[in-house]
Design a protein around this ligand. Structure first.
Ligand SMILES: Nc1ncnc2c1ncn2[C@@H]1O[C@H](COP(=O)(O)OP(=O)(O)OP(=O)(O)O)[C@@H](O)[C@H]1O
Ligand SMILES: [Mg+2]
Length: 469
């Protein structure tokens, strides 16, 4: 199975995308939170350090004076011996003392609530620092003098703490993501199990088993199962029709073939040439009937509703006129007046040309077969706005009205028919009409005499299909 056609894989990908997004957001949040927690913890120590320094500042000889022994600095450096820097400035920004020149806070410096200490990040000779600025006062007998203490600490310890905190979150998040992924895989497997059952049920079917699928499946698959069942039903109908057709065809062909064989055997037992000649004439006649039967059977099988035939725009006027012209010689021979009635302009229908020709030929063949000399046959075409009616009428012997309901059935021949035929012509006409969405009916013919068949087609527009009249 190709990767892009696997439903499971597609679902997994579409679930993984949001999961990856969520995991990324959670990790970003965990990292910022770890850094913030580490800062908060160490900022308290930094604030305390600034307080230690503040307590060591004195006012002597009219100026600020700091006595910070090495031991005090060691306490401030903490157990991890971070590098510590400090600086004292007057309120006017003038640097008084310190062990480094430290950056001043920008706008982003944060103050602890209720405290005079501001925390901010900065750098000293490319070394990242965390700094705390404390506003303090020293009170002498005559006035209170403001000054600022800035204490800075390298970030090594707090970075380590942040990493330790983040590593814990990372591990938890990765375990959670893996468990979620396994859960999704398991859930997908369970959710897609009905599809697997459906696939197995179809795969295990025998080719001739066209009964509907009766599986207990989730309702989301109802439509698919219903479609499959309707396809199976169509297949079953088509198979039955085909089996019936083959049985009918075999039955119909057996009779004339048996007749041919019997006639030939009988003739072989004769000794006189005139007997042979008579037998050969009958044999030729029977052979012609059998050929006609096999041709009609073939035509019926080719126009069966299951066979897919391409439909295009066809000009019915042209097809009808051509059929009349083709049968003109035969009509003249039989002294029959065959004519076409209808205007010369094109009448378009959507259909299959050779099927429409077969329909016209069968109707004309019937009229010419069953009408005696000096009859009239009229092919007419009336093109209305929405529909086109094709009629083939004659004033021949006609068909008894009680036979009308059966005329379009296969192998039906009216009792009045004394000519040879196999009863398939009108069945072919009906099948072709049906596959063209046309309506068909029979009625008495010219002047209420004889027989007529009307076929009503839906009219098509040549312009809509890009054709010009
Ligand atoms: N124009 C007609 N005039 C009189 N009877 C007709 C006419 N057209 C059809 N019929 C009757 O309808 C019957 C059915 O016609 P259909 O064309 O189906 O079969 P067929 O002509 O007997 O055989 P074939 O399959 O060779 O055409 C005919 O046997 C005939 O009795
Ligand atoms: Mg016929």
């Amino acid at each position: 199975m190709r990767a892009e056609t696997s439903l499971k894989r597609r679902l997994l990908i579409w679930l993984l995308l949001p999961l990856t997004g969520i995991v990324t957001l959670v990790l970003i949040q965990a990292y910022t939170s770890a850094v913030r927690t580490a800062d908060r913890t160490h900022d308290t120590l930094l604030a305390a350090s600034s307080l230690i320094i503040a307590e060591r500042i004195q006012w002597q000889d009219g100026q600020l004076w700091l006595d910070l022994p090495e031991s005090a600095l060691k306490i401030i450096s903490g157990p991890d011996q971070e590098r510590v820097f400090y600086q004292i400035t007057q309120s006017n920004g003038e640097r008084l003392t310190g062990n480094a020149t430290l950056p001043l806070p920008g706008d982003k410096a944060l103050s602890e609530p209720g405290n005079n200490v501001f925390f901010y990040n900065g750098q000293l000779h490319g070394m990242p620092l965390r700094l705390a600025l404390r506003h303090a006062y020293i009170t002498t007998w005559d006035q209170s003098r403001p000054y600022d203490i800035i204490v800075a600490q390298t970030r090594h310890t707090r970075n380590q703490l942040a990493h330790t905190l983040f590593e814990g979150s990372l591990l938890r998040t990765v375990i959670l993501a893996v468990l979620t992924l396994l859960g999704i895989r398991l859930a997908l497997g369970i959710a897609l199990r009905p599809l697997t059952r459906l696939r197995q049920a179809i795969r295990q079917r025998q080719p001739n088993d066209l009964s509907p699928l009766t599986l207990n499946l989730p309702h989301e698959l109802d439509e698919l199962v219903n479609t499959l069942n309707s396809l199976l039903k169509d297949q079953a109908t088509s198979l039955k029709r085909m089996q019936r057709f083959i049985a009918d065809a075999a039955h119909q062909l057996r009779t004339p073939l048996a007749g041919l064989q019997a006639r030939a055997e009988l003739a072989l037992r004769k000794t006189q040439p005139e007997d042979w000649y008579a037998a050969l004439q009958i044999l030729q006649h029977n052979a012609m009937r059998t050929t006609r039967l096999s041709n009609q059977l073939l035509a019926l099988s080719r126009v069966a509703p299951d066979t897919a035939t391409p439909h295009t725009l066809c000009d019915l006027t042209q097809l009808a006129r051509q059929s009349v012209m083709d049968d003109q010689d035969r009509a003249l021979e039989q002294h029959i007046d065959l004519g076409f009635e209808g205007n010369r302009s094109a009448c378009w229908v959507t259909g299959n040309e050779w099927q429409l020709e077969a329909l016209l030929n069968n109707l004309l063949d019937n009229a010419l077969n069953y009408c005696p000399p000096h009859s009239r046959i009229n092919v007419s075409l009336s093109c209305e706005e929405d529909y086109i009616r094709l009629s083939v009428e004659d004033d021949g012997p006609g068909v008894p009205a009680e036979s009308y309901p059966h005329l379009f059935e296969r192998f039906y021949r009216a009792a009045s028919a004394d000519t040879q035929g196999c009863g398939l012509g009108l069945a072919i006409v009906a099948t072709i009409a049906q596959s063209h969405g046309a309506e068909y009916q029979c009625r008495p013919g010219i002047d209420g005499q004889g027989f007529a068949v009307d076929i009503t087609f839906q009219r098509s527009s040549p312009t809509s299909a890009g054709f010009q009249d």
